[in-house]
Every structure is written in C-alpha cells, then in structure tokens.
Design a protein around this ligand. Sequence first.
Ligand code: GDP
Length: 640
Amino acid sequence: MDPENEPHGPWPAERLRNVALIAHVDHGKTTLVDAILRQTGAFRENQAPGERVLDSNELERERGITILAKNTAVFYRGHKINLVDTPGHADFGGEVERILGMVEGALLLVDAVEGVMPQTRFVVEKALRAHLGLILVVNKVDRPGAEPARAVDQVLDLLIALGAGDEVLEIPVLYASGRLGVAFADWPPRPRQGAGGGGRGELPEGDLRPLLDAILESVPPPAGDPEAPLQILVTTLDRDEYLGRLAIGRIANGRIADGQSVAVLRGDDGVPPRIGRVQPLFTFGSLRRLRCPLAEAGEIVALAGLEGVTVGETVTDPLEPRPLPPLRVDEPTMTMVFMVNTSPFAGREGSFLTSRHLAERLEREMERNVGLLVEPGDQPDRWRVSGRGELHLSVLIETMRREGYEFAVSRPEVIWRERDGRREEPLELLVADVPDEAAGAVLEALGARRGELRQMAPAGEGRSRLEFLVPSRGLLGFDSQFAALTRGYGVAYHTFYGYGPDRGPIPLRSRGSLVAWERGVTTAYALANAEQRGTLFVGPGTEVYEGQIVGENAREGDLDINVCKSKHLTNMRSSTADVAVRLTPPRQLSLEEALEFIREDELVEVTPRAIRLRKAVLDREERARLRAGRVSRIEAGRRG
Ligand code: GDP
C-alpha cells in the first residue's frame, strides 16, 4: 500500500475523516488498528511493529478493556483518517458518548463467531443517537466456526429493533480478519484479479484497502467553516509528563495556530472567559502526537498550555468568544476512601507510600481521568475518591498498585441523593446472556440484590437474555458470583441507568470475619483448626499480623483466632506434612471480591505484591472495647 504521509497539515475538511471504533470487548479493535497502521506505513521508519499499538496500558491489555480513549491517524490516498478508540466497558459509557460527538462515522466491529453481544447493542444505540454513519466490519472471519452471514443478520435486526430507518439496510458491510490484515467487500470473498491462490487457509490474498476505501466513500467529511471564529469543544483530556494537561477535541469552526491566544469558557455558567495561550498545538499521527503549526475546522487536536481546562468547555476566539453547548460528564455514583497504609507491613512491598506520594498521584489522576473526583477526607492522610462505578475505581487501584504504590481503601459506597424529600440511589441496567440452565440461579442472585427483571427472552442456542434494573450497590462483587453461577459461560454488562427511589435493604454478608490473633507466620497445624471455623484466605507459611482478616467465619460476628500456633513439639514427625495435605486450598480473593467482602470497620490493604484484608482497628483489645461500647450504647438505648 502506498502511504502518503503529509502529516503536518493543515488538512482541509474534505480530506479528513473522523471515525470512532466501536465494538464489544475482544471483538478485535486493537488488532485491526494495528494492521491498518502497519499497512499504511506507520512502522516504516525504524519502528519495529509492536504488538498492538492502541492499548498501551498493560492493565488494559490484561483485562481486555480499553479504559481511556486513544487517538491515532492513518494517511491513505491523500486523506487523513483520524481513528478514535472508545472504551469497551459500560462504566465508561459517558466517555463513549462524548467521543462519538467528535466523529462523523463509526466502524462497528462484530466478531464473526460471537455475533452481536450486549456491549454491541449498547454502543450501536449510542452511535445511532449521535447520527453517525456506520460501517459494519464483520471481523475474525478466519476463525473456525465463523458465520459472517449470521452476524450481519443479527446487526440488521438490532438496528431495526433500535428504530433505525430503512437507510440502515444500506450500511456498508466488510468482512475482515484483523489478524491476517485482510478485508473483503463480499462474502464469500472473490479472489482479486491476477492475485494468486489462497496461501492463508481458505481466504484469498488481500489487504485492508477495501475497508479504508469504504471509510473514504461512506463517512462524510467533517462539517465546519474554517473562516468562522474558532470553536473547539473539549471532549477528553490527556496528560503529558512535561506539558501537563492536554485538552482534546475537534475543531468545530475556524482555525488555530501554534502559540495562539484563546478564550476558554463554558456554555452555561455565565462565568467570563479565561484567556490562555495554546502551546504547543498537536494533531494526531499514526504512532504519536504531531506538533503542528496550524489546524483547521474538522481536525482533531490536542492543546497544551491551557491550565485548568476541563471537559465540556469551549476553546474559542478571544475577540469573538462563542461557547458551544457544554458536554455532560457523568456524575460519580460510587465513592471510597483511600488512605495511607498503616499496617505493620507498610513499606515492605511498595515504593510509594507516604501521604505526599498518594496526594500527588491522585491529583495527577484527576488531570486526565474525566469523571473522577478526589477530595480531602475527614482525617489527614485520607482522600475521598469518587467515580463512575466499581470498575472505574478498581482499575485505578490496580493501576496504582502496579506502579509501586501501597495504600489502604475502604468499602465502596454508592452516592445517594435527595430529590423532593426522597432518598434516591443509582440504578444500573444490566443485560445478561446466559445458558438456559443457569438462568434460574442468576434470577435468584439478582433478586437478592434487589434487581427487577424487566425482560427475558430466548437468545438462541440454549441461551437466554435477561434484562434487569439493579441498584448499583447490589452489583458490588456481582461479577465473580455471576461467573461462578454461569461457569464462565455467561456474559453480563451493565450501564448506569439513572437515579431512582431507594430499593430497600440488601442483606450484607451475615457471617463475620476470622481475624488473626497475633503477628506471626501461619502454620498448617493452626490452620487445620481454624478451617473448622470457616473459609480461609491464607495458606500455611504466610506472614500475618494482628487484626488481619484471614478468613470468613462460618457464623455471625468476628472471631479472633490463632493461626500461627505450632503443635507441641512431641510428635513433630507426623504433624506438618500430614496436616498440610488435608488443608483445603485457601480462597484467593480478587481485588473486586475483597472490596465486596469488607464491611464498614474493615479495609483492604493494597500493595504491589499483595491484597490483604484487615480490621480498621488492628489491636484486639481495642476492638473488644469498641464492641463493648457499642453494645452498651445499644442497651442504654433500649432501656432509655
Ligand atoms: P479488542 O478488545 O477489541 O481491542 O480486541 P483485540 O484486538 O485485543 O483482540 C481480542 C482477541 O481476539 C485477541 O486474542 C486477538 O488475538 C484475537 N483476534 C483479533 N483479531 C482477530 C482475527 O481477525 N482473527 C482471529 N482469529 N483472532 C483475532
């Protein structure tokens, strides 16, 4: 393929295409973009083709989710195509919506084996609402069991169900394998004239040109008048180590030059504009941001130098400031406390653990993680961190842990609000696709979590599709329960639905915790006794501290238990080995499970090497005094 690299622009709108990638997780966005970049020559100059360019974050790769929007661009047939990735998880739904406002078209990727999945439905709905030109890419056609025709039918059914008009029947359809770097306009593919035979299994020779051609032909160029006063709606944020905050958005009208003065304001708050200077100005290239002297209406730009700029503000002409309608950023619905690690093991496993380290890191996160709110806590060394759902927060915790941070967090709580004197709570719309035989168990589990079944329909091939409205607090820890109930064959996605009246109490775990009596190293002998009392989280030979939670009590209330005791030294020979064999393997809690498990008086200690559960108050006697105090207060209350 012959790349035409004219990266620095300015690119007139008619030679620009702005396209979002939308798909269910794992349907192959990253692999496809990588192949496009490769074929358009992005790797030509001393760049080894890396595996998967778009998801740069290791954690994203591992979990198969793209968390922050990524921009890249390819240069093809004298055009620049800006490709904007969208997050694959519903906790980031607000971000998807904003990104779709910055493009004119969307590539909808659907796996040729899996077909339409719940997340496909969610993103297609948003794309239709944004009136985007859709291109359907039936992907992974090389997979055994691929049924491209079925995938197309499912997408058409979905579009009709979502109320799209007849024009949807006209949407361009391509059949692709991102992995093999081929796209075809027909299925089964017709060998191209003069091309040799297969060589790639059943598929004829090819490349991704048909897909890029379809983008040029069917996605309209961006609208906008380069001669009008400047207007850019800030859509996402990024952060550069040296330049600080970067504001990213599409130029709606006008043009902007590197070093230019601009006004920044919001459309709805009546606050006078702030004046700033854009320095430097970037556009996007295939593998990195490109410094750019001038950009015009339609181009997607990143602006450095504008301190304090936030999503939803307009960057505009200082002489003729004209704000665009502000964007909505989802309000946080879940909150938790981050605090300095005070466990006896603090400082052993992490590199960053002081109050200053944490404060700086959280501050930095707010710079680019739109929708995340960090506020001082009710005590020094504590911060209240609020975000959009459990995943939004747990991804941050996991990222920090991998960067070498050590800290403790409290149980996540949803954010209630008051409306017309009524208490309201956040609700999620949950769609689950499950094997029929698991449907009953899922119904029961969600019922206990105060979910309301809204719809239930056969999904074909022995599967059912269930739709629920569930309070967000009821979904804490649900993912792992769901995976267990469906033996990993279920798929569930949830999206924030809105606030609604209090759904009533959800019974918390009724059992207490097994709490380590003293600091030491666990022994098989002591654990064999302890496991009579409940389910253990630690195996033999583990260092624990007083107040650490080592298991779940089989009964109500906590039980302080000695897990470090060794058997009296009389018959050493028979002890350890024998007992060790008989121990049940400990239950390993994931971060999400740990967050769900803990109660108000408990914390999760997070370090690069471990996730430990602990009582907030470690000292056994102090805990006993507090408990006694509570009991006597309750009794005093009863008597009074
Ligand atoms: P994303 O989550 O949408 O970005 O998906 P990825 O690009 O990360 O792909 C998810 C998985 O599908 C990975 O294991 C890929 O290797 C695999 N995959 C991606 N594209 C193809 C394809 O065209 N054919 C096959 N057989 N597998 C693919």
